[in-house]
Design a protein around this ligand. Structure first.
Ligand SMILES: [Zn+2]
Length: 89
């Protein structure tokens, strides 16, 4: 990851520990995955706690790279405004 945006020079880590707050967004993503998986598995039959656990851990592990980036992007976009006047060449 670059230290700054190559276009507008916005630092991607404005202060140390900036992305700790992204954990809360990641938590929300994982809660959504878990709820969706729980509903989907409940619709398709009877599953025990072990099967649910394996499915939930698997989906969280598979989607981790996306969740990690989406959480950080969303967290950064909460505090940094998009400026459409900046044009990259
Ligand atoms: Zn930029």
């Amino acid at each position: 990851m670059h230290d700054k945006c190559t276009c507008c020079h916005q630092p991607f880590e404005p202060e140390p520990g900036y992305y700790y707050g992204a954990m809360f967004i990641s938590y929300a993503f994982n809660a959504a995955y878990f709820f969706t998986m729980w509903v989907a598995l409940s619709l398709f039959g009877e599953f025990g706690t072990l099967e649910f656990s394996i499915a939930l851990i698997s989906i969280a592990a598979i989607l981790f790279p996306l969740t990690f980036r989406w959480s950080r992007v969303l967290w950064l976009n909460i505090f940094v405004r998009y400026d459409s006047r900046v044009k990259c060449s």
